[in-house]
Design a protein around this ligand. Structure first.
Ligand SMILES: Cc1cc2nc3c(=O)[nH]c(=O)nc-3n(C[C@H](O)[C@H](O)[C@H](O)COP(=O)(O)O)c2cc1C
Length: 208
């Protein structure tokens, strides 16, 4: 039997997830967060079940150091030769400050070596493999974002550019791993503004 009551519960989970930029420290043990996120990670699908997704979870002091030192250092390098970008830099620094106060950050990667192996094995799908890897990492990101929201934590999906070299050096990252995004999370210190969810009819067409 189709259970639309359960569907309503699912919808409220989806609608409850928002981008949260003002973070604090939620009263939760690091080990609990780690085990919860691990389970979410292991449930996410991957193309050909090849599991190319990789995650680095920074907790506690490591989260603080990431946003206090590593990211601002990379930002400085990126923007110091562009004096016109001061406003952008100040905005990004403000985000770093807020994220450093949270519980943790998930760094999302794809293992390009798995991608290359898939391209060799499944010749017919070779042109689609990079797309599949990007979709897989997106599924990880969405699943963890939803999972964090479901337990009352706030998170956002960040694509700070130019972090690869510093991240590789700081955490001894396998050179085959390609960094996709960062997800800082913590307690929700400021609720997001209401969101316009209206759609143009052509965005979701139905025939039949
Ligand atoms: C693929 C993708 C990339 C995103 N990249 C960023 C980002 O780099 N920085 C950021 O602040 N938000 C980023 N976002 C968040 C969107 O801006 C946000 O989800 C959207 O405005 C809707 O708001 P909501 O998350 O509160 O529903 C990204 C979202 C997606 C799906």
């Amino acid at each position: 039997m189709t259970d639309f009551e359960a569907g309503q519960d699912f919808l409220s989970t989806l609608k409850g997830r928002r981008s949260i930029y003002h973070l604090g420290k939620a009263d939760v043990k690091d080990e609990e967060i780690e085990s919860y996120l691990r389970e979410i990670f292991s449930s996410v699908p991957s193309s050909f079940n090849a599991r190319a997704q990789r995650v680095l979870l920074l907790l506690g002091n490591e989260n603080m150091l990431f946003w206090r030192d590593l990211v601002p250092g990379a930002l400085k390098e990126r923007y110091e030769n562009n004096p016109g970008d001061e406003e952008v830099l100040a905005k990004r620094r403000g985000l770093c400050d807020s994220f450093s106060k949270g519980n943790g950050t998930i760094l999302f990667f794809s293992d390009s070596k798995i991608g290359s192996a898939l391209k060799g094995t499944f010749k017919e799908y070779e042109p689609a493999i990079d797309r599949f890897l990007a979709q897989e990492v997106g599924m990880d990101e969405y699943a963890m974002w939803l999972g964090l929201s479901k337990i009352g934590m706030g998170a956002s999906l960040q694509h700070f550019l130019g972090l690869e070299t510093a991240v590789r050096a700081a955490y001894d990252i396998n050179p085959d791993w390609v960094l996709d995004a960062q997800m800082p999370f913590g307690s929700i210190e400021k609720a997001p503004a209401a969101k316009d969810t209206a759609q143009a009819p052509e965005h979701f067409r139905v025939i039949g």
